[in-house]
Design a protein around this ligand. Structure first.
Ligand code: FES
Ligand code: FES
Length: 168
């Protein structure tokens, strides 16, 4: 076993992991954080996406031991107790998901994108979500939601439904 220490959603954890445990296994099985999904388990689908030190990562491809000393954000840590994150709100308003299996990964990829590029083009959003597969939707409503959330996060609109901050 390997002793590691990492921060997950702002909380510090000291854990013992086997050398073959993936970060996804640690999150789901040791910490009970099942928002990151096990889809393909080989880095193809993005359902397991989490953010590590500001970067989106496929948790199925990373060993838990490699996350020693890192700060991990999962979908469980995105909303506050009072309020969904603007990206989550926009996905809800735009009805961007159907079964929802891909949702946590796609929303975290969107967050990583907007943290690095607050004013993305439609093409930037397409590319930012390109590592996340969705079997249900055509992606169009997701892209609209991310663009709208970006406006809200830049302070240009108040609401994820696109109302102008200046009124009207
Ligand atoms: S489960 Fe990790 S990329 Fe598919
Ligand atoms: S909404 Fe079902 S996989 Fe994306």
């Amino acid at each position: 076993m390997i002793d590691i220490s990492l921060t997950v959603n702002g909380g510090r954890h000291e854990l013992s992991v086997s050398p073959e445990t993936t970060l996804l296994g640690l999150l789901r099985n040791q910490l009970g954080l099942t928002g990151a999904k096990l889809g393909c388990d080989v880095g193809d689908c993005g359902a397991c996406t989490v953010i590590i030190d500001g970067r989106s990562v496929n948790a199925c491809l990373m060993l838990a031991a490699q996350a020693d000393g890192c700060s991990v954000l999962t979908i469980e840590g995105l909303a506050t107790r009072e309020q969904l994150h603007p990206i989550q709100q926009a996905f809800e308003v735009h009805a961007s998901l159907q079964c929802g299996f891909c949702g946590p990964g796609i929303i975290l990829s969107a967050k990583a994108l907007l943290d690095g590029n607050p004013d993305p083009s439609r093409q930037d959003v397409r590319e930012g979500l390109s590592g996340n597969l969705c079997r249900c939707t055509g992606y169009a409503k997701m892209i609209e939601a991310v663009l709208q959330a970006a406006c809200v996060m830049r302070g240009e609109t108040e609401d994820v439904d696109g109302k102008s901050k200046a009124g009207s």
